[in-house]
Write a protein that binds this ligand. Structure first.
Ligand code: ADP
Length: 397
């Protein structure tokens, strides 16, 4: 069964054609500059080849068409006819309280995703456009929506209610939703498999540390708390996002600098995080290099980030009354032994003991704690596309 996985952003669209049973990826790629001009990068793992094209993409519909043309192309294609695409899985960022799991898309599902637009005004419209574009060029092919928020719908009230007047929850849906759910779910399940234990018996803290970062407490396979909130701006400092801060700062800065709310939000979303603190880069590799050359603020930015991850690990161990495993995943979590070591050191009091040599691994499933560490620390590459493809195959049948 071949599943086309689509992750549509406002001006970009990532895709992957894969067989979820064999986990073989036939092709994958990226459309960029949709609405501007249009560029397609198409990769075929079997031949280890990469093809780049300039193709006009005024809308997502032309981008999807370009993807299908690339998949069907006699030169660099991987299928002979459209009938070889059995179903399409779409990543959708916000499912609100309407979706606690993936769902086959029909008119009522589309309406519910549209209702979530005010909760994710930048993301959901792009996801909807991607779905509609696919429906247009591939009529009759089953489509499934997989939500970033769904895995966190198991959080108890006490974890998702903000201490605001309750009517803002009831009338305006203001609550913690959490994001990166597909990744947290995948790596927590892989962790249980690696440990050879039923997930129902495990307390796991999953650290998705990338350009966007979040930490989740997974108790018995269910998300019980997570660091992102009503929006993906909350929690850890990120590449360019501020993460948690005192809401009083917003009014203070707006008054002093005469900022509009748009300017203030632009600062919080695009100019803050490790970029803001360092003044160097949002990319942790650049920060590591700069810190090695003696740049204090680059070093400080990484230190602040690592410190906040460590605090969340402590908080979630307390929330769950213990922890059996800590998982590191995503760009930084999978590739930065130094940051993993920094985050997990000093946690010996709660049974965490790293194996510095094993920790030198990158990008492959590895136990990175010492043999006598009571809490297992695991490096697990995330695979959101695989989850989307598996859910899609299951629901499309
Ligand atoms: P996204 O949230 O966009 O999916 P990723 O999960 O791909 O992001 O993570 C991107 C981040 O991972 C970047 O900040 C990048 O610097 C970081 N990263 C990638 N490789 C390394 C590395 N070797 N050392 C430190 N950080 C790395």
């Amino acid at each position: 069964m071949n599943i086309l996985v689509i992750n549509a952003g406002s001006s970009s669209l990532k895709y992957q054609l894969m067989d979820p049973d064999t986990k073989v990826i036939l092709a994958k790629g990226l459309c960029e500059r949709i609405g501007i001009d249009g560029r397609l990068t198409h990769k075929v793992p079997a031949t280890d080849s990469k093809h780049e094209f300039e193709i006009p993409m005024p809308t997502h519909a032309e981008a999807i068409q370009a993807v299908l043309d690339a998949l069907l192309s006699p030169e660099h294609g991987v299928i002979k006819s459209m009938s070889e695409i059995d179903a399409v899985g779409h990543r959708v960022v916000h499912g609100g309280e309407a979706f606690a799991e993936s769902v086959k898309i029909d008119d009522s599902v589309m309406a519910a995703i549209e209702e979530c637009i005010p909760l994710a005004p930048l993301h959901n419209p792009a996801n909807i456009t991607g779905i509609k574009a696919c429906q247009k060029v591939m009529p009759g092919v089953p489509m499934v929506a997989v939500f970033d928020t769904a895995f966190h719908q198991t959080m108890p009230e006490k974890a998702y209610i903000y201490a605001l007047p309750y009517e803002y929850y009831e009338k305006d849906k203001v609550r913690r939703y959490g994001f990166h759910g597909t990744s947290h779910m995948y790596v927590s399940r892989r962790a249980a498999a690696m440990l050879g234990k039923p997930i129902e018996e495990l307390k796991i803290i999953t650290c998705h540390l990338g350009n966007g970062s979040s930490v989740t407490a997974v108790d018995g396979g269910k998300s019980v708390d997570t660091s992102m909130g009503f929006t993906p701006l909350a929690g850890l400092p990120m590449g360019t996002r501020a993460g948690d801060l005192d809401a009083g700062i917003i009014e203070y800065l707006m008054e002093r600098h005469n900022y509009s709310i748009e300017e203030m939000l632009n600062i919080l979303n695009k100019k803050s995080g490790v970029l803001g603190v360092s003044g160097v880069s949002s990319d942790f590799r650049d920060l590591g290099d700069a810190a090695e050359h003696g740049n204090h603020r680059a070093d400080l930015a990484v230190e602040c980030f690592n410190y906040d991850v460590k605090k969340l690990i402590g908080a979630y161990a307390a929330a769950m009354g213990g922890v059996d495993a800590i998982v590191f995943t995503a760009g930084v979590g999978e590739n930065s032994p130094a940051q993993r070591l920094e985050i997990a050191s000093g946690l010996e009091f709660m049974g965490v003991k790293m194996d510095p040599e094993a920790n030198n691994a990158r990008g492959k499933e590895t136990v990175i704690s010492a043999a006598d560490s009571r809490v297992k620390v695991l490096l697990i590459p995330t695979d959101e596309e695989l989850v989307i493809a598996q859910d899609t195959a299951r629901l499309a049948k």
